[in-house]
Design a protein around this ligand. Structure first.
Ligand SMILES: NC(=O)c1ccc[n+]([C@@H]2O[C@H](COP(=O)([O-])OP(=O)(O)OC[C@H]3O[C@@H](n4cnc5c(N)ncnc54)[C@H](OP(=O)(O)O)[C@@H]3O)[C@@H](O)[C@H]2O)c1
Length: 251
């Protein structure tokens, strides 16, 4: 997709720590940003971060994903299981939930789907960090692997990003992005991951690709160098501040 081809983006997991960073970056760059949350009470949070519209639905028990995806060009999925859910036996939003979103995106004719996964997902040679992730959240990693596989089999342009340990640090634009199996380990800020999630649909070389991502330590020798673009190149990069919000949201 060209940088100006993105009109409407659905951000799933919009209220999450990565999702909010995605909203902040996208809000001033594309005409319509729609955030998805299970909680009507989070509408204001999403609108303040940059969402123009809010859709309320539960991916594990969806009621109207066709409505949430109406007119959408790009889906950014930053959903993830909470601590309580990780300790449960599933189903997980990382698996069944994300695949419900993917199926609905295919039906709706969405062009591109970007997924936030995690280092260690899949069968590629693992770093010690990936092994640790598997040890503590194995079922979640397995659920993500199944969603990644479904995405690769889908007709959608897609990008899977597998970050290391997420932090709430600032955006640095200084990250190592590498092919699966590069055995990266380390941490990366959600703001840096958000930039790549937003950039992937309009970046040549990111189509139908999977990348591991870390900020520190750096792995220059293992990096895949891409010229990451952002949608709406002509617009500014500022956070949208909205102090007075109307109550007209979609459900
Ligand atoms: N933590 C790490 O170090 C780490 C490392 C690598 C990868 N990751 C992955 O990176 C992703 C983002 O992590 P994060 O910590 O930034 O996110 P987060 O703050 O945990 O947010 C997760 C989001 O998922 C949404 N969600 C959960 N269940 C849902 C459901 N059934 N239907 C719809 N939405 C649902 C929640 O939305 P509502 O509650 O508003 O519905 C929430 O906004 C996750 O996939 C995570 O596994 C994390």
């Amino acid at each position: 997709m060209d940088t100006d081809d993105v009109d409407t983006v659905l951000v799933a997991g919009a209220s999450g720590a990565t999702g909010l960073e995605v909203l902040r970056l996208l809000g001033s760059r594309v005409p319509t940003v729609r955030g998805l949350t299970r909680s009507p009470g989070k509408r204001r949070l999403l609108r303040r971060a940059g969402a123009d519209e809010v859709a309320v639905d539960d991916l594990l028990d969806p009621t109207d994903l066709a409505g949430a995806l109406d007119g959408v060009d790009v889906v950014v999925s930053a959903v993830g299981s909470g601590v309580g859910e990780v300790l449960g036996s599933g189903p997980y939003v990382d698996g069944e939930g994300a695949r419900a979103l993917l199926d609905a995106a295919v039906t709706a004719g969405v062009e591109a789907f970007v997924m936030e996964s995690a280092i260690g997902v899949g069968d590629d040679p693992a770093s010690p960090l990936a092994t640790a992730f598997d040890l503590f959240i194995g079922p979640i990693q397995e659920a993500k692997a199944e969603t990644e596989a479904a995405l690769r089999s889908s007709p959608l342009r897609h990008t899977v990003l597998r970050p290391g340990v997420l932090t709430n640090g600032p955006r640095t634009d200084d990250v190592t992005v590498a092919e699966p199996g590069a055995k990266l380990y380390g941490a990366v800020s959600r703001a840096d991951v958000a930039r790549l999630l937003v950039a992937a649909p309009v970046t040549e070389g990111a189509a139908d690709a999977t990348f591991e991502v870390v900020g520190r330590p750096a792995f220059p020798g293992r990096a895949t160098v891409l010229d990451w673009q952002l949608p709406g190149a002509g617009r500014t990069d500022s956070t949208v501040e909205v102090d007075v919000l109307d109550d007209v949201d979609e459900e």
